[in-house]
Design a protein around this ligand. Structure first.
Ligand code: SF4
Length: 367
């Protein structure tokens, strides 16, 4: 098995796998039932204290969790810890549906009603009640609009300390009345929205996201959201098709939009359709340092911070290292063996676990 920084997937015995669904994991006696059913995790059968309560015996899982973490248990006996107090990022999937078809989508959309995901997410947020940030992703998380508003209202009522960061294509914000409904909730909960704009023109953006008209809706959405006071992180993934657009998008962020708190330039993740389209899309970062520099300069001039996400430090010129963030979630983050003796490892974000094999762009360790 690939060595990731934090394993989130465990096996349970046949008897235990009857516990299918979302659960609060307990390491001690269950509390009064809340938003989700509870299951006690025991290190071994000798430590069982309450034979009446649903239980999982797994020493590895016991050591990996904190009391109150949230897991999904599937009928095939897999336990995935979906909200962890030890994780560097926590993210919930609200839907697998999407109105874009991005060429590099790491989680290709599926059709069909999956509204149960959002319902489970609401319960998970409330049960976890984190004093910290939870990411909400998809698919397109704003597709079920009224239900998304209900998610916000329930979070405000039951988990008001939880901050939400939503990854959206922003098209739903083209609807001003929906945007105002979301903006109203920002008075009661801390929220930000990561919205990608892949070009400063519709031809390139629409082609990359596989949806005609998407650029116009996303731009209108970002304008509506910014003008309504919603915090926006503007995202950009450089590829062979659009890397040259990065400085223009940085200009756009500062001249056309308001309330852009940050520009995040993201190195492509070799997952989903990005793997299929890799050769036509992937551009090694050392092929576009000037574009990164120009975009960073424009952002600096306009006092909008620009950061580089998912870049191994040895894939960047040294003067750009200060912009790099250790951003890969711990459950999918790994360092190839070359990194073990690299002097920069502690500062470096390493690689996606999915890069292992033919998608790994060689690390060049620092001595
Ligand atoms: S060799 Fe590994 S640890 Fe060192 S900079 Fe490259 S990716 Fe990071």
């Amino acid at each position: 098995m690939l060595e990731v920084l934090r394993n989130d997937l465990f096996e349970c015995a046949a008897e235990e796998s009857k516990l299918s669904g979302f659960y609060v994991l307990r390491k001690c006696q269950p509390l009064i039932p809340g938003f989700l059913p509870q299951v006690i995790v025991y290190e071994n059968s000798g430590t069982i204290i309450n034979p009446e309560t649903p239980a999982v015996i797994n020493s590895e899982l016991f050591r990996a969790i904190e009391d109150g973490d949230i897991a999904s248990i599937s009928p095939n006996g897999k336990i995935r810890v979906i909200l962890s107090r030890r994780a560097n990022h926590n993210t919930l999937l609200l839907t697998e549906r999407c109105d874009n078809r991005c060429q590099f989508c790491s989680q290709p959309p599926k059709d069909g009603d999956d509204s149960w995901l959002l319902e489970q997410a609401i319960l998970a947020i409330c049960a976890f009640n984190l004093d910290g940030e939870i990411g909400l992703s998809g698919g397109e998380p704003l597709l079920y609009r009224d239900d998304f508003i209900r998610l916000l209202d329930t979070t405000i009522e039951h988990a008001p300390r939880t901050r939400l960061h939503v990854l959206t294509n922003g098209r739903a914000f083209a609807d001003l009345s929906f945007t105002k409904s979301v903006a109203k909730r920002t008075e009661h909960i801390t929220m930000s929205f990561g919205i990608p704009l892949y070009a400063a023109n519709s031809t390139i953006h629409d082609k990359l996201v596989g949806a005609e008209g998407a650029f116009n809706e996303t731009v209108k959405g970002i304008i509506n959201a910014g003008n309504s006071g919603i915090n926006i992180e503007l995202r950009f993934i450089p590829t062979r098709q659009n890397a040259q657009e990065l400085p223009f998008v940085a200009e756009y962020a500062n001249r056309v939009f308001t309330n852009i708190n940050q520009i995040s330039v993201m190195n492509m993740e070799p997952m989903g359709w990005a793997r299929k389209n890799w050769d036509g899309l992937y551009l090694h970062p050392l092929e576009y340092p000037l574009l990164l520099e120009n975009a960073a300069k424009i952002s600096r001039q306009n006092s909008t911070p620009l950061y580089l996400f998912n870049y191994p430090l040895c894939h960047l010129p040294e003067h750009l290292h200060e912009l790099s963030v250790q951003s890969i979630s711990d459950w999918k983050n790994y360092y190839p063996k070359e990194c073990s003796s690299c002097s920069m490892k502690n500062q470096c974000g390493g690689f996606f676990a999915s890069a292992k094999g033919k998608f790994l762009q060689s690390p060049q360790r620092y001595v």
